[in-house]
Design a protein around this ligand. Structure first.
Ligand code: FAD
Length: 242
């Protein structure tokens, strides 16, 4: 059990989003505590893009469970998987860095999600990003820790053939997948969360490098810690159980 009073920031889970938030919250001198059920995973396997995407590997930092029986699959259950490590699912995911199209966010706002329009969210994408391939574009960031770059689209002859066929059918060929003005259906190479050194750029590696964690005295990261419940009582310290 951990007791926290109002001089603490408490963060549950050090997954994808948790690792982005931790350095920002701990800029405030209040003590920050981050709890993550998985371990710190920092080895060559976890940084090689394709090797680390193999979530069926015995050693992959994942949590697996069976879905409920799915009616659409005649009652079949599927194995579900999610990241279980500092960095969360960015330790094992398919690396694709894609923001979707502005219309999707505008539809959220239209459905009542205030401040979720493209105009509102675009600055937050830029606020975390270092776009190595499209840095000159006004819709990308270049100064923040999360690096991404375009995947080379023409490694294989079959890819070149597919591009040729698609464009003959009138599908536009784009240089940038995350251009907010791009058509929804297009032929383009994707951006991937791969850093300058060709390593997986998971959010723990990008936002919580050892150099920052050792400097930030007010930030405590507790890995292999499962949070099981929270007790919130008026006027008393918050009780976190795990
Ligand atoms: C196999 C796979 C491939 C994917 N490919 C892509 C892709 O190519 N591009 C893309 O954009 N998205 C992809 N996604 C989706 C994307 O990775 C996730 O949507 C995103 O990482 C989720 O971030 P999150 O912060 O919400 O959760 P997560 O990153 O999953 O973090 C949640 C964290 O909470 C921790 N946790 C949970 N419960 C507790 C507890 N009780 N106590 C303490 N800690 C706890 C977990 O260990 C985990 O680290 C993929 C996902 C998977 C699983």
């Amino acid at each position: 059990m951990i007791l926290l009073d109002s001089s603490f920031h408490l963060q549950f889970t050090g997954g994808t989003a948790g690792c982005v938030l931790a350095p920002r919250l701990s800029e405030n001198p209040k003590n920050s505590v981050l709890l993550e059920r998985g371990p710190v995973v920092d080895c060559w396997r976890s940084s090689v893009p394709l090797v680390s995407s193999n979530f069926s590997d015995q050693k992959a930092p994942v949590y697996k469970w069976q879905s409920a029986p799915l009616q659409a699959l005649n009652g079949k259950q599927l194995t579900m998987v999610t990241g279980k490590a500092l960095g969360g699912s960015t330790k094992i995911n398919g690396l694709i860095y894609h923001r979707s199209v502005p219309g999707e966010y505008n539809a959220w706002q239209d459905a009542g999600r205030k401040n979720w329009s493209w105009q509102h969210v675009e600055p937050f994408f830029k606020k975390s990003e270092d776009s190595l391939s499209h840095g000159t574009s006004p819709s990308h960031g270049t100064k923040e820790p999360w690096q991404n770059q375009s995947t080379k689209k023409d490694h294989f002859p079959s890819v070149r053939t597919n591009i040729k066929i698609a464009t003959q059918f009138g599908v536009s060929l784009l240089t940038e997948a995350n251009d907010p003005g791009a058509p929804v259906v297009a032929c383009t190479s994707l951006d991937a969360a791969i850093d300058r050194g060709s390593h997986r750029c998971s959010t723990d590696a990008a936002f919580l490098p050892r150099s920052l964690v050792s400097r930030r005295r007010n930030l405590d990261i507790c890995t292999r810690t499962i949070c099981t419940s929270l007790d919130i009582k008026d006027g008393n310290p918050l009780e976190v159980n795990g």
